[in-house]
Design a binder for this molecule. Sequence first.
Ligand code: GRF
Length: 213
Amino acid sequence: MIVLGVLVSGSGTNLQAILDAIVARTLDARIAVVVSNVAGAAALDRARAAGVDTVVVDHGAFADRAAFDAAVVLALRERGVEAVVLAGFMRLVTTVLLDAFPMRVVNIHPGLLPSFPGIHAQRQALEYGVRVAGCTVHFVDTGTDTGPVIAQAAVPVHDDDDEATLGARILAREHDLLPRVLQWIAEGRVSIDPPSTPGGRARVRVRGHVQAL
Ligand code: GRF
């Protein structure tokens, strides 16, 4: 059993997928707290409906990102959180959060990284004209969607897709992928190999059978 803290800003469908996976016992986890920087985020309603503790930390009330992150870390630590999930959390995080949970902060991104990082990944994919899009679960580092990739899932891009139709197709895969990766982490199967060459990238290793995604 792993104790999670989930950081959200919006609708919280990925949070819901985690909650559902816990109920379905496909994810051996407990969500100790859901933290939002947006007081009206629908994700908070989902947490409350599931009986999960919620905390709002208004980023506007802090001098800088580091001070905001310190308040978030406090809320997470007070509740015994072991790993942090960014599930539609629309703030860049600092080393204050990352150092508090080394290689224990995971993000879900609606694009096949390293293509199309940042916001509007689905729009970026359509504008570029790629034929395959998807989503990525990765460990978070100080860059924007640059951390070590844990898992990815792909979807086709159709000629008549718009941002909404492509986004919905990707989101459905996110809801499958994120709880699955969290279960791998809960099972202690996910590790990180240091770069094999100077200036190279750290790479994630997932032990055991990984079902085709
Ligand atoms: C998802 O597309 C996720 O990949 C991105 O933000 C969106 C959040 O959606 N980081 P939701 O709040 O989980 O519904």
